[in-house]
Design a protein around this ligand. Sequence first.
Ligand code: HEM
Length: 204
Amino acid sequence: MQAKAREVYVPPVLQDLRAGTAELHIALEKRLPFFSDTLDSNAFLRLMQAYYGFYRPMESALLDSGVIPVDFDLAPRLKAPTLFNDLRAQGLSVEAIARLPLCQALPVIDSSAACLGVTYVLEGATLGGQILRREIASRLSLNADNGAAFLDIYGAATGRRWRAFIEYLGSRSLDASEREAVVAAARTTFSCFERWLESREVLV
Ligand code: HEM
């Protein structure tokens, strides 16, 4: 499903990212259970626990990497705190959340380019969230107030924040090898996420 948000200019690195990850996106999208007939509240909770188990260590790794570009403000884009609140709203205790398994096999973040590649995937996922939130609201009556805020994390600002991210990406001067590193990190992020979700047995 690739209905493109309004964009002014597609920088070369974004063209590379799309070419390099489109297949991985389609494959993962097919296996996610958001539209599955068997998705009930319990399966959704298990799915969001698995998401938390990836986003939490992934974002910590970004923060600890020491290679976040100095002019990039990651803090307002962190999503694990929202997932944490969603799990609380769905009835999990703080202690139960602290005991959740966390993904260990994460992409290596050893350059600003790698940091941007990982961030592209985590930011891009907010676009699909706009479709998923409607599905989960109508099917499970869960929304931003009662346990599904993650799917609508940027709310009405989703398109604007995506365009701001793309503009930022386009403003970076990246040579060919750095662009390759961006794409490699994005691809690894997709595959690590899929493998993790598979290991948590939440995929279709
Ligand atoms: C069933 C689940 C999903 C659906 C239905 C879905 C749907 C979409 C749609 C419709 C777009 C394009 C939106 C637009 O341009 O306006 C999009 C973009 C994107 N999604 Fe997903 N998505 C899903 C899951 C994911 C996941 C789990 C990730 C990564 C963790 C992800 C990463 C991305 C990225 C990086 C883009 C940006 C592509 C680009 O325009 O460069 N998506 N998704």
